[in-house]
Design a protein. Structure first.
Length: 88
């Protein structure tokens, strides 16, 4: 079955020019198979949010973690999906 599993990153490296991660003893996982989860962030954290309307990364601050739907409320966007965030 295809589903996301929670794991911890033990190491990050490059293999043949691509980023790969070692996750809880599973080495060499391609970056396209790894994503951040809501637990990767804390309230008050400075992040960058990819705004499709602005077409660029915007500075933002986490106001609330929404574990029920895996999104975060930011000062610039309520209900921001984790897939459009990166740590500043």
């Amino acid at each position: 079955k295809s589903r996301w599993l929670e794991a911890e990153v033990e190491a990050r490296s490059e293999k043949d020019g691509a980023v790969v991660y070692d996750l809880n003893g599973k080495p060499g996982v391609p970056s396209k198979h790894v994503r951040l989860c809501v637990h990767s962030f804390q309230v008050g954290l400075d992040v960058e949010y990819w705004s499709t309307s602005a077409g660029r990364w915007l500075p933002a601050k986490v106001h609330r973690l929404r574990e029920e739907d895996g999104q975060l409320d930011l000062d610039v966007k309520p209900g921001a999906p984790v897939s459009r965030l990166r740590k500043a």
